[in-house]
Design a protein around this ligand. Sequence first.
Ligand code: GTP
Ligand code: MG
Ligand code: ZN
Length: 276
Amino acid sequence: MKAVAGAFTVETENGERIVCSARGKIKRDTDIFVGDYVETEENVILHTYPRKNVLIRPYVANIDLLVIVVASLPEPDWVLVEKLLLNCAKEGIQTAIVCNKCDKQGNMEEALQPYRRDAKVFFVSAKTGQGMEDLIACLTGKTVCFAGQSGVGKTSILSFIGGRELQIGEMSRKIKRGKNTTRQIEIYNFVGGKLVDTCGFSVADSIDIRPEDLIYYYDDFVRVQNQCRFSNCKHMEEPGCKVKEMVERGEFDADRYRRYVKLYQELIERRKKLYG
Ligand SMILES: Nc1nc2c(ncn2[C@@H]2O[C@H](COP(=O)(O)OP(=O)(O)OP(=O)(O)O)[C@@H](O)[C@H]2O)c(=O)[nH]1
Ligand SMILES: [Mg+2]
Ligand SMILES: [Zn+2]
């Protein structure tokens, strides 16, 4: 449920929380993810069970749904949103985008439009409770991880949901205490599911995809790629590129294409740094 400097909080089958250490080959923090199923003996983790999926950012395993939270403030980092979507696509994890702070001004509808093809989009306010019914219905029965920039209101949403469905001690304490920035990943129980709070991103983080594979996460681009002049077209600077042609004609979303270009360049840069 939580991992802090070699102290692993484990929930037992009867719902009790115990703090364990790890022994043997799995001693390092990096060997055990929040979300892992483990076997313990006398407060020692003996081994972890095979994972159905794993994310590195945020560092979590075995989730059913990643909820990416955005808000009009802090100003959205759409490249980060794209990266989170890509990593989930790679791991086969379902995604949703939650636009929080809808009680405040700022029209996000248009900016979120292109994402509707990849993820369910919800508009909520953790402050007023607006839109929460639909969101809760989508979360029930799942292990749901919340991710997004720092300050978008991940913990506030979790507190709202937890406090409403079930009084979760740590969360309601947090509400009273006020605006604490989350420092650790932690799993909370609510009726019929689990919610995972994570630390916010403040800088865009890397994705673990080879640059040449990036295109496969853009199925609409892939569909026309056989019409590009070069069979190995990356849809960047190449002449006779069908993807670019369709972007220019407004048949593909230009912002989506720009994010593809930016991510591709970032992945190339990262490869250069890693492998020279
Ligand atoms: N107006 C308004 N403010 C909100 C809403 N939700 C959260 N906030 C405020 O936004 C700030 C950040 O909220 P948090 O829940 O701590 O954000 P977080 O995403 O958990 O941030 P990190 O833990 O740093 O990643 C707090 O001051 C909240 O009161 C909302 O729906 N409306
Ligand atoms: Mg938080
Ligand atoms: Zn092309």
